[in-house]
Design a protein around this ligand. Sequence first.
Ligand SMILES: C[S@@+](CC[C@H](N)C(=O)[O-])C[C@H]1O[C@@H](n2cnc3c(N)ncnc32)[C@H](O)[C@@H]1O
Length: 212
Amino acid sequence: MEYIKIKNADQIVKNSRYVINNPLNYKGKWHEIFNNNNPIDLELGMGRGDFIIEMAKTYPNRNFIGLEINDSQMVNGIKKLENLNLKNLKLICIDAREIDKIFAKEIDTIYLTFSEPWPKKIDEKKRFTHESYLKLYDKIFKKKKHIILKTDNKVLFAYSLESLSNYWYTFKRVSLDLHHDENKIPNIMTNYEKQYYKEGRPIFYLDAIFES
Ligand SMILES: C[S@@+](CC[C@H](N)C(=O)[O-])C[C@H]1O[C@@H](n2cnc3c(N)ncnc32)[C@H](O)[C@@H]1O
């Protein structure tokens, strides 16, 4: 997917007090960054950041990390943070494939929000619920594995249900229409989700766990 390029995005990202510029130095030490032992949740592909920022505001007793590969996308999030002082939020601008170099077993929940669906078979490995990613997540989950996924893409959703269940995850909640589910699911919307909601498109949701 092509995203609008923002001038000097790399410098804006580098100079933000929310961004950890050398995340590889903090493997196993993220609690020191947050200065507490609260759970740490990670969003892969945070885009413009609405979700992770709102999560950090809503749940002050958890820590949040927004990861995004595209610096221009991240700048949109940084701008929203200018007048906020959220001690429980950090951002990292890096490829999600690097997460095992950045984190030891210290992540509580991984959020996969409207990730690119990579519909072609040849790109299957790039899907965030491909087995190769699930193996990466094994390396960074603290104890219990916990993944929450939201998407508007039926094919990616079906693929994710199968891939996760083949990897022995079980499902705490599944919804084929998150915003109209008769059993209300607490939810904070992402940027993409706000648009799809306006258009009346159903959002697919899953909450998967693996406890050894
Ligand atoms: C469709 S957007 C969704 C953004 C946001 N989660 C939302 O729901 O509004 C997908 C985002 O994932 C990012 N992304 C794609 N592949 C990535 C990767 N390998 N590592 C980190 N971010 C990635 C893209 O740059 C983009 O910002």
